[in-house]
Design a protein around this ligand. Structure first.
Ligand code: EPZ
Length: 421
């Protein structure tokens, strides 16, 4: 395994380029197996999660070619419809293959994703929506076994106890595209990644209306054709680097970003008394030596994204005053609290709330990565901590951040990736 050795206290300067969105790429790659003929996707980030998805497709017989962030997918050779545990357990996002498999091939045998460090990852909404479209689904020894003679459009309510579900919306919307008749999905997810998936499907011939709102209307079509499509930038990667700028009190420019995707973050940065500049496709951080505490509640889009919660907590650990973060999407998503406290933060938990008492500075220490975004929070904290920080198990980071240390070192950070003995 590998670890990062990070020398803290260096200001950053210059420009950083954001890669394509991991969470838009995954459902779009999944949906491409519904198309007749080859699909070519541009701006696909080269990440472990993308490689895992490609492995699953190849296991099923789908031909792929991935180089220079361009991914070609030819599903004509698909001959099996199983996603084995060893793949799914490393990447729960692969569940977004379920809808496309059932819609196009009418069968699927999919390992239950299981839980992870951010909490249980139920799929009851995925199953409810697919059943409403006429899919028969059984649970056999930890595998979801689905089959359908024909998928028929229906009116589906997809809200759960935590509101909308991103990948349940992806699965049900994708499946409804090839169902007979009209489907409505009430309480659909509004995330930009769902909008990007809808745009891809419409370019391939689907009839979808209302993407970006809670109410989707889909008119089933007979088939989809392979297309060329460019993936949107990764808003979470973008938000992570914006916070890297502020936590190191640096002025940096973040390119290839869609500012509208991050207004909830900008709002909180301004609430902390800081300024931010953004134009059509870039953001500039305007640093300050101090920032105020604030209160954050994570919510589905356009609310404050749960995927930036850990990074924001690292930033607020140095604010003046007491901040409160309420996690309403994944209430247990606080694995990073213990490790941030090892770096000198003063954070306590009360159920789904974290109370962050701002401290003057953080101090380098040995910490362990445990989840994709929690690991990013540790890197941000290490960039500003006095002395050296060692972060082990950084394979978590490689799942969702392309060339992470290379991009930050180009700005002046001092991060070394070394093999752990
Ligand atoms: C997607 O996961 C993202 N992953 C997650 O990003 C992100 O944190 C999450 O959306 C929320 O924005 C991908 O897109 C690959 P949900 P998803 O279904 O779709 C509950 C990252 O770091 N729920 O929107 O699995 C669920 O437990 C990852 O890139 C049900 O109750 O999340 C949670 O509390 C981590 N039943 C809430 O809904 C269901 O059937 C939102 O989860 C499904 C979900």
């Amino acid at each position: 395994m590998e670890k990062f050795i990070i020398e803290g206290g260096h200001k950053l300067e210059g420009e950083i380029e954001i890669s394509g969105s991991k969470n838009a790429s995954l459902p779009i790659i999944a949906a491409s197996i519904m198309c007749e003929g080859k699909t070519v996707l541009y701006n696909v980030p080269d990440l472990k999660d993308i490689q895992t998805m490609i492995k699953i497709l190849n296991f099923m017989g789908v031909n792929t070619k991935f180089e220079n962030n361009t991914l070609e997918i030819d599903p004509s050779g698909i001959y099996q419809f199983t996603a084995p545990y060893e793949f799914v357990s490393t990447m729960r996002g692969s569940i977004c293959l379920l809808g496309p498999l059932l819609a196009k091939y009418k069968k699927a045998r999919f390992s239950m994703p299981g839980g992870c460090v951010i909490g249980p990852r139920p799929i009851d909404l995925h199953i409810k929506g697919l059943k409403k479209l006429g899919v028969q689904i059984e649970n056999e020894e930890g595998y979801i076994v689905g089959k359908a003679d024909v998928l028929k459009g229906n009116d589906i309510f997809l809200g759960g106890s935590f509101g909308s579900s991103v990948l349940a919306t992806a699965n049900v919307m994708s499946a409804a595209v090839l169902a007979e008749g009209e489907t409505t999905i009430e309480y659909a997810a509004c995330e930009p990644e769902i909008v990007d998936l809808a745009k891809f499907l419409k370019k391939a011939g689907a009839k979808i209306y209302g993407e970006g709102s809670h109410l989707l209307k889909i008119e089933g079509v007979k088939k989809l054709k392979g297309v060329e499509y460019k993936i949107i930038p990764d808003r979470i990667e973008g938000g992570t680097y914006i916070l890297a700028g502020y936590i190191t009190k640096s002025k940096i420019k973040i390119n290839n970003i869609i500012p509208q995707h991050l207004f909830a973050l900008f709002d909180k940065i301004e609430e902390c008394g800081l300024k931010i500049i953004y134009k059509s496709n870039f953001v500039e951080t305007i640093p300050n030596d101090k920032w105020k505490a604030t209160e954050i509640t994570t919510l589905p889009f356009p609310g404050f994204p749960t995927d930036l919660q850990a990074q924001m907590m690292g930033f607020l650990s140095l604010a003046e005053g007491i901040s409160i973060i309420t996690e309403k999407v994944f209430p247990e998503r606080f694995i990073h609290v213990g490790e941030l406290n090892r770096l000198g933060a003063d954070i306590t938990l009360d159920g789904s709330k974290a109370i962050i008492k701002g401290v003057k500075s953080l101090k380098g220490a040995k910490v362990m990565a445990s989840d994709l975004r929690a690991s990013a929070a540790l890197v941000l904290a290490a960039l500003t901590a006095e002395g050296t920080t060692e972060i082990s198990r950084i394979y978590h980071l490689d799942r969702g951040y392309e060339k992470f240390e290379k991009k930050l070192n180009l700005l002046g950070a001092k991060i070394k990736r070394i093999r752990e003995e």
